[in-house]
Structure formats: C-alpha cells, structure tokens
Design a protein around this ligand. Structure first.
Ligand code: TLP
Length: 348
C-alpha cells in the first residue's frame, strides 16, 4: 500500500494472489446464474457457514438490507442494537426502502441486547403496533471495540426468537474475525440465526463484495430483492476470484491481525497521555482516548501522524480514536505509529 492506513480494514488492497486470480477468472453472466466463479464462491461460502445457499452482493450494507427486505414486509419491525452498524450507519435503508421500523435497544459491553429487553420489545398482535418480525445482531461488534460475541448468546436469542416466531439476521461484516477470535467453527453461530451477511472486502482483503447466506428458499427470495436494489452485477467472477482467495487463504491469518492489534494496544497503553484498556482488544480494532491533561486536539494529532510518517488513523469522537489492523499492517507499521504518536504527545 502507498500509506500506513489504520483507519479501517476496508482500506485494505487486494493481495497479489487476488490480482492474479482476478486476471485469470472464468466469468459468465451472473444474473443468468452462469458465472462459474461466483457460483463456486457462493457454494463454498454456504458450505463454510453450514447453510443451504449463498448470494454475492456488492457490500455489507447491501447484504444487510437485502436480508432485512427479504425477511420483512412493509410495516414490520426489527429489534436492533442502538449502536449497531445497521441502525447507525446504513442510511436508514430498512425504513426508507423497506418500510421496516427499527426498534433500537441498548447493548452491553460486548454489544449484546439484554434478552429481557428483547422479549419486552416484542409486540402483541394489536392494530396499534407494527408487527415484530426480525432480530438484528452483529458480530464482531464494531461499536464495542470489535468484541467477538460468544456463541451462547446466539443460542439464547434463537430460543427467544422461536418462542415469539421471529427471524434472526446477523450482520457478520467481520464474522470471521469473531469466529477466529472465539476459536470456533463458522458453522456454530451461523447455526443459530436465519441469515448471515459477511464481508469479503474488510480483513479478508478482497476489493469489493459481501456474501449473504441462509436457507435455499431465503436466498431464492433474496436474489429478487438484490435485483430490485440494482445488485445484479453480470461478470462478477472477476470479483469472486478474489473472494475465493479471501475464503481459502485469508481467514486463518486474521489471528495475526488480532495479535498485532493486542500488541499495538499494549504499546499505546505505555504512552503517557493515552487512555485504553488493552484487555478489551480481542479482534482487530483498538479504541483509545486522550487523557484530560492532553491539550492537542485529536484532529491535529491525525494531521501530524500523516505529515510526519504517512500514518493514517481516524477519530471516533472528539478525543477518541479507532485504529484497525489488517493484512497490510505489519510490525514495522505498528512500531512507526507508536513511535510517532509518542513523539507528537511528548512535544505537545
Ligand atoms: N463499516 C465501516 C464504516 O461504515 C464504519 C468501517 O470502517 O468499519 N456492518 C459492519 C459491522 C460494518 O462495520 C460495516 C462497515 C458494514 C456493515 C457495511 O459494510 P459496507 O461498507 O461494505 O457497506
């Protein structure tokens, strides 16, 4: 990469193996169901998560929206974390395009809605209310330091959903980060939810795309919804070739990103003026804050890191930062970031 970019794992470039695979990809028209590489990737994704079928979509946002519009009718309600990506950062798509009403609930330190809150949010059948239809979950949970939520929570939500006749969709943008961190099979959590969408273009490094998995009937319906959203993309084999590399070569190595994020967090904790709890870092995200004594504005720190070392980080609040590790962040990048930030804070 041409910079040291910690702003997100979305910034990761395709790997050399991906570029090669893309150049040689066999392609066809995917709207006709004839793109061999896309078909191969969808079959592999479904198999990895233990679901019947899969659908390639353009982005994580499209994966979640396609799932919501497939599960819900207009006037249905989706119970969702107040700080989840789907509620906060997907432009209100479920409401604006689907007529689906979100019912946001607070989440705990790992990003879990309390089961009692979820149960209390379920509507009785009354013409005053929307119809409760869907529970939306996220794993790993971005707003809670990328926490990997253990499988037991999903088992409990499944039980609750079955009790009330609700569907469950998981925004698994970083699903493989979660399962690698938890040391479990990708089939386990997926087994408790009706659908999962996960991203190829974050830590897995593909240039674009996400995959939605679920039952054969669900994916059959989702294919129509994707078409409505303008997501019938023709020769997607070029992208799916990178996706195949992502699924076969890039999953296990996420553990390296997590270990590097932990080392980075412990390094930050040693710098005077920064506040964080490195123990919270379980996947590839590190959040930290400026101590009260620091007078330099966060925006100035961001600028100086760029100017001095071509290191790019993002703020996540007036005195808060988020840094994310990925394939293109190596130990030298971490060391340069720590050194430069230390110097900036020391010099004031
Ligand atoms: N997240 C991006 C930004 O939008 C914040 C990032 O840099 O983290 N679910 C989750 C949990 C996500 O973090 C994201 C992207 C999405 C869905 C949406 O994926 P895309 O960007 O592919 O639509």
């Amino acid at each position: 990469m041409d910079r040291i970019d910690f702003r997100s794992d979305t910034v990761s470039w395709p790997t050399p193996a991906m570029r090669l695979a893309m150049a040689e990809a066999r392609v066809g028209d995917d709207v006709y169901g004839e793109d061999p590489t896309t078909n191969e990737m969808e079959a592999l994704a479904a198999e990895m998560l233990g679901k019947e079928a899969a659908l390639f979509v353009a982005s994580g946002t499209m994966g979640n929206l396609t799932a919501i519009l497939t599960h819900c009718r207009r006037g249905d309600e989706a119970i969702v974390g107040l700080d989840s990506h789907t509620f906060r950062y997907e432009a209100g798509g479920m409401a604006s395009l689907g007529g689906v009403m979100p019912y946001p609930l607070p989440t705990d330190g790992l990003g879990r809605m309390a089961l009692a809150d979820v149960a209390a949010a379920v509507r009785v059948d009354d013409p005053h209310y929307p119809r409760s239809r869907l529970i939306l979950l996220e794993n790993s949970y971005g707003a809670k330091h990328g926490a990997p939520i253990p499988a037991g929570y999903f088992a409990a939500v499944r039980e609750l959903a079955d009790r009330y006749g609700l569907r469950v969709h998981l925004d698994g943008a970083r699903y493989f980060n979660a399962v690698v961190a938890l040391g479990i099979s990708p089939k386990e959590i997926a087994g408790y939810v009706d659908s999962v969408s996960f991203c190829l273009s974050k830590g897995l490094c593909a240039p674009a795309g996400s995959i939605l998995v679920g039952s054969a009937e669900f994916i059959h319906q989702a294919r129509r919804v994707r078409k409505v959203l303008g997501g019938g993309m023709r020769q997607t084999g070029v992208l799916a070739a990178a996706g195949m590399v992502a699924l076969t070569q890039m999953v296990d190595r996420l553990a390296e990103d997590h270990a590097r994020a932990r080392r980075l967090a412990w390094g930050l904790a040693e710098i005077p003026g920064l506040v964080l709890d490195p123990v919270l870092v379980q996947t590839n995200m590190v959040f930290f804050e400026l101590a009260e004594a620091v007078t330099l504005p966060a925006g100035e720190i961001v600028q100086r890191l760029r100017t001095l070392a071509n290191v790019w980080v993002d703020t996540a609040g007036p005195r808060r930062f988020r840094v994310v590790t990925h394939f293109w962040i190596d130990d030298n990048a971490v060391a340069l970031f720590l050194e430069t930030l230390h110097a900036i804070l020391r010099n004031g």
